[in-house]
Design a protein around this ligand. Sequence first.
Ligand code: DGL
Length: 275
Amino acid sequence: MKTIPKNDESSRPIGVFDSGIGGLTVVKELSRLLPNEKIIYFGDTARVPYGNKSKETIIHYSLQIAYFLLKKKIKMLVVACNSASSVSLPTLKRHFHIPIIGVIEPGAKSAIASSSKNKIGVIGTLGTVSSLAYKKALKKINRNVKVFQQACPLFVPLAEDGWNKTKIAQDISDEYLKGLANKGIDGLILGCTHYPLLKNVIQKSVGKNVGLIDSGVETAKEVKRILEKKNLLNRHKQTGRNHSVFFVSDFPHKFKEVSQRFLSKELTHVHKVKL
Ligand code: DGL
């Protein structure tokens, strides 16, 4: 029988961070695809939202969080927040020498692969949309692709407050997306951690012929590919219940209820920390 050395790097956790609890949609996909991996999550609940903050502030916060997670001996870092992925990745990659990925490139790759019309829509926070990160990533893969963007800031509170399946959500979605629906797109990137919760209303607004690309799902696939390639998939079977650990910078009102909505199960092992 092959023995595995105790300090085997593959058994280290994957670090994931987000501006708050939205990144739990990415954790959900990671746990589904890689049930053997331990995750250490940091949600910056004291400073959320990032979507309306400046580039400099988001980079500063991202560095603080990455230092915190690196101290926990993570083998890989996943920036689950679209707003942070849009602006922080180059700085993070310069500072830390472990595999680091965000949600933008995986989402862009998948959108290009599934579009036949080469017309793709992108929705996200104001920060993500104005950074043009998705547009640049899409154009890098195919410079002929036409990209149409729309910021949908009200989607975040709608998802957090559980209004995601209401008529009001549908009306807001129709209003935001009527411009995109007329552009002849055949793919729409859900460029924000919260938007998978609004999939149904978004699909109704743009019509069934537009494929919705969930960046979280695509990121989980990319994490798997990278860990496989680097021979870092956990060789130790996870036993017992949940081995993932969650850190937050605050416990806001209704934290338990809201996080459950994003993860589809109860959040255990949550600790409040000061960075
Ligand atoms: N997590 C953020 C994102 O994916 C949404 C919430 C925020 O604005 O911080 O862009």
